[in-house]
Design a protein. Structure first.
Length: 116
C-alpha cells in the first residue's frame, strides 16, 4: 500500500509482501515471526521500528484497505468480504471500519462504489 513505508531489512519487506498478498491469511505475530525466523519479541520490535506500526496494526490496515477495495468494486456481502479480508465476521469488519475509517462499511459502499 502507498501509505506503508517499506522496511529496510529484506526479511521485514518479505513479511510485508506476505501480508499484502493475502490479507485474509493467518497473520498472527507467532506466524509472522516464524516467517522472519525471529523470536516473537524481537520480530515485533524490529517490525515496529522499520515499518512504524506494530505488526497487528499493520495487518489491520492492510485488511481494511483490502475491504475498502472490495466495497468499492464488488457487490459481495459484508460476510463474504469480512471472511476474504481476514476479519472473520461482518461485525468485526464493521467495528474496525467504523473505528479506523470513521464510517460504516455500508455507507462507505454507497458513497464510493464504482461497479453497478
Amino acid at each position: 500500500p502507498v501509505w506503508a513505508p517499506r522496511a529496510e531489512r529484506s526479511t521485514m519487506r518479505a513479511v510485508q509482501a506476505l501480508v499484502e498478498a493475502a490479507p485474509g491469511g493467518d497473520h498472527r505475530v507467532p506466524v509472522l515471526a516464524a516467517a522472519a525466523a525471529m523470536s516473537e519479541r524481537h520480530f515485533s520490535r524490529v517490525f515496529t521500528e522499520e515499518v512504524g506500526d506494530s505488526p497487528g496494526r499493520y495487518v489491520e490496515r492492510v485488511r481494511l484497505e483490502a475491504a475498502r477495495r472490495e466495497l468499492e468494486t464488488t457487490g459481495d456481502t459484508l460476510d463474504v468480504i469480512a471472511a476474504r479480508c481476514g476479519f472473520g465476521t461482518a461485525e468485526t469488519l464493521r467495528r474496525s471500519f467504523q473505528r479506523r475509517i470513521g464510517v460504516a462499511p455500508d455507507a462507505y459502499r454507497r458513497r464510493f462504489r464504482t461497479v453497478a
